[in-house]
Design a protein around this ligand. Structure first.
Ligand SMILES: *Cc1c(COP(=O)(O)O)cnc(C)c1O
Length: 479
């Protein structure tokens, strides 16, 4: 399998070549040259494999279709190390539970940081360690986080040879739970930094350090981007695992409702569907930051300025532009890289938006690609949390609530038929304040997080200053 750029760069790459890269050289995103196709026989084999040997075996089979430069035995060992009861608290790894009216919950947030990003990040940690060791290289990951992604990356890279993590956080702006989770880690290769500034300042510092090409090379600076294809690939697996658990019949399709921010999670669903996994509808659920709902309703894609990006009660979906979206549009326009360049470079660059309404491409988004969308407000979110609690005796987190609410609405409108799998992307304990607002009580703290807030606090305070960040990296790397 070779990987190409959505913008048509002439070189193609092997999987392990794109693993440690960010964007393609022409600014596009890496995608597989084609999606492997599976038939009913393969789907039946996967069902048996999952039932007999579990999630890691299924993950090996699916990821192996996209990775031909890592021996299967090595891939299998990594899948076993990433996906097991010790890491994800259950043997199924991603169990499902039924709700009323043909809705299901797919539990993706039982990993070390209680959010679904662990599903991809745990595998990424394995792959990074493996490829760095094979190439005799080291990597210093420099990142900025407002919460979920940074902690998930740290737990994934923890104890991996050849990898150090420097994670910049906005001082005093993360929840107590998030701070405890990150700052409690006691490992010399994990360096938490509290920057005197906001999240955007942290991100600017990362960009400024990476822009210094000499420093970047000398100190082997890398990233764990949300656009890393390996992350999407790891996520394809749980769409198949969900279909197996809810249906398992190649003739019986399942729909998914996905709380969406950067379009990573639902893009993995799109890849699974494109491979021939029996998926009917993919429902994109946004919060008040509805740039994607706007596209799926109107055909207009208009990224917002940060001043028009609202801070909501489903904060992990507070995005102004959807960084994986170009991958989907590449498929929508028939994998025509010149059209992608026209839309994402020319039109977004000069007009600030593009408009596919009235084109056959946009009609295909719904008909051929199966997409639907909807959005939730804060009030909808509270209603959804309360309703699921009242009728199902289950507490869901605010992001999952957005997906549940949009799925119910689509069902009511007759736009989709059951079964619909709602992706649960975080545990309620991470967003206790919103749960309390909806239900009048704070969610119980799972036993494994019981004393997280009494763990130590390992964090370096730094001013909002590039040289201070570089000095810190130098001190750690040069020893
Ligand atoms: C990151 C995140 C999302 C959004 O996922 P994307 O892949 O960015 O669409 C939804 N819910 C939670 C809890 C998240 O952390």
């Amino acid at each position: 399998m070779r990987y190409i750029s959505t913008r048509g760069h002439e070189t193609s790459y092997a999987f392990t070549d794109i693993l440690l890269r960010g964007l393609a050289p022409d600014g596009g995103l890496f995608v597989p040259q084609s999606y492997p196709q599976v038939d009913a026989d393969t789907l039946r084999q996967w069902t048996q494999l999952f039932q007999r040997d579990g999630y890691p075996a299924l993950a090996t089979a699916i990821m192996g279709l996209f990775i031909d430069d890592i021996p299967t035995a090595d891939l299998e060992r990594m899948c076993q190390a990433a996906y097991n009861r010790e890491v994800f608290a259950t043997d199924e790894v991603t169990p499902v539970t039924p709700l009323s009216d043909g809705l299901w919950l797919l539990h993706l947030s039982n990993g070390p940081t209680a959010a679904f990003k662990d599903m991809a990040m745990q595998m990424l940690g394995q792959l990074f360690e493996y490829v760095l060791a094979r190439e005799g290289r080291e990597l210093n990951i420099l990142g900025a986080t407002s919460g979920d992604t940074g902690s998930s990356a740290e737990y994934a890279m923890l104890g991996k040879r050849g990898v150090r993590v420097f994670m910049l956080t906005p001082a005093g702006r993360m929840s107590a739970f998030q701070q405890a989770q990150m700052f409690g880690l006691d490992d010399p290769s994990i360096v938490n930094v509290a920057v005197d500034g906001v999240f955007d300042d942290c991100q600017d510092l990362v960009k400024a350090v990476s822009a210094d090409a000499d420093f970047k090379q000398r100190y082997r600076i890398g990233a764990v981007n949300s656009i890393n294809f390996a992350r999407l690939l790891a996520q394809v697996v749980y769409y198949v695992a969900a279909w197996i658990q809810v249906s398992g019949d190649p003739n019986h399709r399942v729909s998914f409702s996905v709380p969406t921010g950067n379009f990573g999670d639902v893009c993995a669903g799109h890849i699974a569907r494109s491979m021939g996994v029996p998926i009917d509808r993919l429902i994109v659920a946004t919060n008040e930051n509805d740039v994607l709902d706007e596209f799926f309703r109107t055909g207009v894609y208009r990224p917002r300025a940060s001043a028009q990006t609202w801070a909501t009660s489903s904060p992990s979906m507070d995005i102004s532009k959807a960084s994986n979206f170009e991958r989907f549009i590449f498929d929508v326009v028939g994998r025509d890289a010149s059209r992608v360049r026209d839309l994402f470079v020319k039109q977004l660059g000069s007009e600030g938006f593009f408009d596919l309404s009235g084109t056959g491409d946009f009609a295909a988004v719904r008909s051929r690609f199966g997409f639907l969308s909807g959005k939730s407000t804060h009030a909808d979110r509270l209603d959804s949390i309360a309703s699921v609690y009242r009728h199902e005796d289950v507490v869901i987190d605010p992001h999952t609530a957005d997906a549940w609410g949009v799925a119910r609405e689509a069902l009511r409108a007759g736009a989709v038929e059951p079964p619909i799998v709602v992706l649960e992307t975080a545990l309620p304990v991470k967003f206790a304040q919103t749960i309390e607002e909806a239900l009048g009580f704070v969610p119980p703290v799972p036993a494994r997080f019981a004393d997280i807030e009494s763990a130590g606090r390992r964090v370096v305070d730094l001013p909002n200053d590039v040289d201070a960040v570089k000095d810190l990296i130098r001190r750690h790397v040069d020893g």
